[in-house]
Each structure stands twice: as structure tokens, then as C-alpha cells.
Design a protein around this ligand. Structure first.
Ligand code: NCD
Length: 314
């Protein structure tokens, strides 16, 4: 089978959303939509990437993103290799370049990298001959997460333009928030960030988001409520008085959700901390929660990225 999309993609790497235009995003989402449909059929294995090698280079722990990239590559027929490298045992900078040179000598066609340093995928892309996909770098960007979120929203709401999206919680440490703010602005949605003053960066409005410090104001008439995990591993010092207090003011429950539109859609990139940023009753209600659809769309979006970035003649 040949690809479901025959147009060239304008970029060699997927390093961040900021570099993409609306046309690129639509091309990725349209192709991902067809892969999502294909993934629901019994015969979902393709051969578009047969003979191609994909290396997943994860310097940070990850279950869902790594599995999703692995499955996406395998579904397209690629040979997929996973390398997990504990970031604590790795010296930054030089070692990343050394690893890059070693991998490059093995002639991969695409490298997926997750790293705790912002900018690591960009550095890698300058050192290797193949396509590089950013699977999350520090608190900088997580472009495939924003793309899968956009696909989920588009399928449920029919569009992105004109929607009000409230991104809530630990914005400060969130690469998911940064990529989503960028993508939603490009696609004409209205973006809000909601959280305690300690967890909302002071430049959030410059990034293209309206800032709110209470859930009542931030969720008012929102179409989409996107909850984020408290990323304690990135916190140095104390950002919230206590988990109980955090849930009381910023955890999503039925009461706070009443401020949003009656048909508001709930999202969360995972992994979820139930009872910290979201109540189980809401997370598990399939009528309002799109959380498992986000996981499904993750595979489809990554298939589209792998397909478009490994085309011959790039
Ligand atoms: C996100 C990440 O790693 O940035 N998770 C993910 O990709 N599955 C969000 C998070 O860790 O909270």
C-alpha cells in the first residue's frame, strides 16, 4: 500500500509546534485521521516503512509515549529499536552528541528523542543525517502530544477554530501546555491557562494565553477543559501548600466543571494523579472525558509523523 497522503511535508524534523504553519498541521491531522480509521480495522499493519529503521531514544522515563511511538512504527512496518538511557547516568551535552554519532553510524531513518533538557532534540537534529522527532524535551515542547490533542478535539467538536480551551494546573513545568498553546493559537482557538500564581508562568499571556487564577473564572463557558499533572519531578522547592488544598482549589470535580459549557470535553495527557488534579468520577465518565481517545489518537498522529518525515527525497 502507498501512503494515504502523497503530498510532501515541508519539514525535515518535528522539533516543535512553533515552526509549523496551519497547512502543515492540517496535513498531519488529515493523514492521522485516516490512520485512526485504519487502526480500527482488523488488518491494520502497513508496509510504508518496510526496510526503514526507527530508534526511540528515551533519556527520561516514559510508558505511554514510548509505547505509542513503538506501535506506530511497527504498524507501518518499520524495524523499531528502543533505547532507554537513564538521564542521571548520562552527562549532558557531550554524551548526547556521542550517542548521536554512534546511532548515526547505524543509518537509522528516524530518531525519536525524549530528554530532560530543553533543546536536546534540536541539538541531535544538527548531528545526524535522519529525521528527528521530539518526544518531549524538558519543559519546552511535546509536539506530538499537542497534535494528538488537536485531533481528538477536531473529531469530537468538528473544528478547532473559535473554541475556548482552558488548560489547567501546572502550566509552569508543562511542555504539553507550551505545545498546545502554540498549536491552538495557530489554528485560531482561544486559549486560557488556569492555575495558582506559583504554577502559571508570568509570560503566559505573551505565549498567547489569557491567564486566570481561579477555576470559576478560567472555566467559564469553556468548550475544552484540559487538566495537567502536578509535575513534582521538575519542581525545586514547594509550589503548593498541600495536595488536599490543591485539589480543593484546582482539582477538577463536578462542582467546578459546572462553570464550563454543558457539553465541555475533558482531557488529560496522562499519567493522571486521581484526586490531585482530577476526580475519578470525571476522568472515567466516557460521555464527557476524551482521555482514552487521546491515547488512541496518539498512535494515529505518530503514524502520520513517521510516514511524512521518512518520505524519500527529504
Ligand atoms: C506528558 C509528558 O511527559 O510531558 N505525558 C506524556 O507524554 N504521556 C505529561 C506529563 O508527564 O504530565
Amino acid at each position: 500500500m502507498t501512503s494515504l497522503d502523497t503530498n510532501r511535508f515541508a519539514h525535515r524534523h518535528l522539533l516543535d509546534i512553533a515552526r509549523l504553519g496551519a497547512g502543515d498541521i492540517n496535513q498531519l491531522l488529515d493523514l492521522a485521521e485516516s490512520y485512526a480509521n485504519l487502526s480500527r480495522t482488523p488488518d491494520k499493519k502497513q508496509s510504508i516503512l518496510r526496510g526503514k529503521t526507527q530508534i526511540n531514544l528515551f533519556f527520561e522515563n516514559s510508558t505511554r509515549t514510548r509505547t505509542s511511538f513503538e506501535l506506530a512504527g511497527k504498524r507501518l512496518g518499520a524495524d523499531v529499536i528502543n533505547m532507554s538511557v537513564g538521564s542521571s547516568s548520562v552527562k549532558k551535552g557531550e554524551t548526547l552528541i556521542d550517542t548521536a554519532m554512534t546511532l548515526n553510524a547505524m543509518h537509522p531513518d528516524v530518531l525519536v528523542i525524549r530528554h530532560s533538557d530543553s533543546g536536546a532534540p534540536h541539538l541531535l537534529s544538527q548531528k545526524v543525517d535522519c529525521a528527528v522527532i521530539n518526544g518531549g524535551d524538558g519543559s519546552h515542547e511535546h509536539p506530538t502530544q499537542a497534535l494528538l490533542d488537536a485531533l481528538t478535539i477536531r473529531r469530537r467538536k468538528g473544528r478547532l477554530e473559535g473554541l475556548t480551551v482552558a488548560i489547567c494546573g501546572d502550566i509552569q513545568h508543562s511542555r504539553v501546555a507550551r505545545s498546545n498553546i502554540a498549536l491552538l493559537n495557530i489554528m485560531g482557538a482561544r486559549v486560557r491557562v488556569v492555575g495558582p500564581t506559583t504554577l502559571v508562568p508570568s509570560n503566559a499571556n505573551k505565549l498567547g494565553a489569557e491567564v486566570f487564577y481561579t477555576m470559576a473564572e478560567g472555566l467559564k463557558d469553556a468548550d475544552i477543559v484540559m487538566m495537567l499533572r502536578l509535575q513534582t519531578e521538575r519542581m525545586q522547592g514547594s509550589f503548593v501548600p498541600s495536595i488536599r488544598e490543591y485539589f480543593k482549589f484546582f482539582g477538577l470535580d463536578k462542582e467546578k466543571l459546572k462553570h464550563a459549557k454543558p457539553d465541555a470535553l475533558i482531557m488529560h495527557p496522562g499519567p493522571m494523579n486521581r484526586g490531585v488534579e482530577i476526580d475519578s468520577e470525571i476522568a472515567d465518565d466516557l460521555n464527557i472525558s476524551a482521555i482514552s481517545e487521546q491515547v488512541e489518537m496518539g498512535v494515529a498522529v505518530r503514524m502520520a509523523c513517521l510516514d511524512l518525515l521518512t518520505r524519500e527525497g527529504k
